[in-house]
Design a protein. Structure first.
Length: 305
């Protein structure tokens, strides 16, 4: 927040008071004559720096003046310099320090009280805006978490439905009556079931591989967003959400990659066996069943090879 022109003039008046010891307020602890002279020189530097808009130099000079000769008016001047620079929180603190310093200058007390109240209102508004922004961020993260969980549930239901369909097809194949076949050099009917199952496994393996690639890209995106957070963006909730997002995506990529490898291998074996049965003109029944262990999941092939 930048002070209005009258406020800058008030600062000049306050700095002028600091230059003339006769107009300054009594110091909390007596300063030596050398300290008062050094404080006056520091105030003179602050006046020049303020005129040239070198606010950091002015603030440093006024801080030195207050250290050498702790007059209340230096606190007001510090508050005004910080106010002009735009450091609202530090300026408010210096105004309140001046109000608590025991100064009897009614004009400066009235002005410091008004500026402090103005900055209190501005800081309260800024804090409220940050809190509202943080609430919105948390709500967005919660919505993203819910959507991710919903998608995981949908994927799990899809895989369960596909496994149930394959199990029903296998059961129907086992219950179908056996028909004698004539052995020929090549029979398209023999091995057809294996080729179909092999093709389905290959398609599912390709879909799982695609899902693994998407999950890998999502994990990389989360890591890039995490690396791109700056010092002002490192909210704990946002960083924790990015970590969870990256970990979940990485886990999903590993699981889908393993499932893809198993499905592709199974599909290739089934298709090869189907082609072999077609060439021989005979059907050798193969049983395909899902298998789950403490170390992972896969499929089990059983039958005469």
């Amino acid at each position: 927040m930048i002070l209005r022109l009258p406020s800058i003039l008030v600062l000049a008046v306050s700095l002028g008071l600091a230059v003339h010891p006769a107009a300054a307020q009594p110091s909390p602890a007596p300063a030596t004559r050398a300290d008062r002279r050094a404080a006056k020189v520091a105030v003179d530097r602050a006046v020049v720096a303020m005129a040239e808009e070198r606010y950091d130099d002015a603030i440093a000079a006024l801080t030195e003046a207050y250290r050498l000769d702790p007059q209340p008016v230096h606190l007001y001047s510090l508050g005004a310099a910080l106010h002009v620079k735009g450091d609202t929180r530090a300026a408010r603190q210096r105004y309140w320090d001046f109000l608590a310093s025991g100064s009897t200058d009614r004009k400066l007390l009235r002005q410091a009280r008004a500026f402090a109240a103005e900055l209190d209102a501005a800081i309260a508004k800024e804090d409220a805006g940050r809190e509202d922004e943080e609430r919105k961020r948390r709500a967005a993260e919660a919505a993203a978490d819910e959507e991710r969980q919903r998608q995981l549930d949908v994927d799990a239901q899809r895989l369960q439905a596909e496994a149930a369909r394959l199990a029903r097809e296998r059961e129907r194949g086992e219950r179908a009556p056996q028909r004698p076949t004539v052995r020929e050099p090549r029979s398209d009917g023999a091995g057809r079931g294996k080729r179909r199952l092999g093709t389905a496994a290959l398609v599912l393996g390709g879909a799982a591989l695609g899902g693994a690639a998407v999950a890998g890209l999502e994990a990389r995106s989360a890591q890039r967003e995490l690396d791109g957070l700056g010092p002002g963006d490192e909210w704990s909730a946002s960083r924790a959400w990015l970590h969870r997002r990256g970990d979940d995506a990485e886990t999903r990529a590993l699981v889908l990659s393993a499932a893809s490898a198993a499905l592709v291998a199974t599909g290739a074996v089934l298709y090869y066996l189907g082609e072999r049965d077609a060439r021989r003109g005979e059907e050798r029944r193969i049983t395909v069943a899902p298998s789950a262990t403490a170390h992972g999941a896969g499929v089990v092939l059983s039958g005469a090879f």
